[in-house]
Ligand binder design. Structure first.
Ligand SMILES: [Zn+2]
Length: 158
């Protein structure tokens, strides 16, 4: 969460894996295959480690409802096999949507308040919020493509 806060700025800092130079990259250019200013090696977004934000009953209002950007929340349970299948897809979306939307996760088994508030009947369920309002509910999605189609027209990808 500390990490996410640092990214709420115009630029991000990505350390070059080859020479160690800390490169300042504008958020808007993060998907343009940025390279190191010093040695010109491609900068790895994996090293930058964009991950879904783990939210919870206690932080949901701040993390999701008060967020400046749209937020897609992945409601999951650790014991659900479909959630485990979808989890790496959600991780990839966090990288892909960086700058356009925030991707968050909520473990329904330990966060019953938010789950009940939004009537989560089963997992995985994806809810999209913007400016504190629930815009879209997706139940039973299986692929990143399906999720992206569902978000079309709501979230603009660069
Ligand atoms: Zn370098």
């Amino acid at each position: 969460m500390k990490f996410k806060k640092a990214m709420d700025q115009e630029t991000v800092i990505i350390e070059c894996l080859r020479c160690g130079t800390k490169n300042r990259v504008p958020r808007s250019r993060i998907h343009d295959r940025p390279s190191c200013g010093q040695c010109h090696a491609p900068l790895s977004l994996e090293a930058f480690a964009i991950r879904p934000l783990e939210t919870a009953d206690g932080t949901f209002a701040r993390d999701v409802l008060a967020a400046a950007e749209p937020v897609l929340v992945f409601f999951y349970s650790p014991s659900c096999p479909y959630c485990r299948m979808l989890s790496p897809v959600i991780d990839q979306l966090a990288v892909k949507f960086e700058g356009a939307a925030l991707i968050a996760r909520l473990n329904t088994t330990v966060n019953p308040v938010v789950s009940a508030q939004y009537g989560i009947q089963g997992v995985p369920t994806l809810l999209l919020f913007r400016e504190g309002k629930l815009l879209k509910r997706m139940v039973g999605v299986q692929s990143g493509d399906e999720i992206e189609r569902g978000l079309k027209g709501i979230i603009k990808l660069s």
